[in-house]
Design a protein around this ligand. Structure first.
Ligand SMILES: [Zn+2]
Length: 80
């Protein structure tokens, strides 16, 4: 691993957010309107992280969450 860009990246995970609390983002302190369901967390699985920070640290995970939202939003049109 010699990717300089990855050096300062905080590892994040997708975990199920089961409380929909108003906890601030663990990285930037921004207030979140988290919903129950998959959200970004620090590896401890407790400290929630906003999508803005997620895009900086784990853009691939944000892409997955965005895809999920798009699928849910268009669920009526999905035929499979
Ligand atoms: Zn943040």
């Amino acid at each position: 691993m010699n990717d300089e860009k990855k050096k300062n990246r905080q590892r994040l995970v997708i975990a199920h957010n089961n409380c929909a609390s108003n906890d601030p983002c663990a990285l930037c302190g921004r207030r979140l309107d988290a919903e129950v369901g998959p959200e970004l967390f620090l590896p401890d699985g407790v400290s929630i992280v906003c999508w803005k920070c997620g895009k900086e640290h784990a853009p691939e995970l944000v892409a997955m969450l965005r895809a999920r939202v798009a699928i849910l939003a268009g669920a009526a049109e999905v035929t499979w």
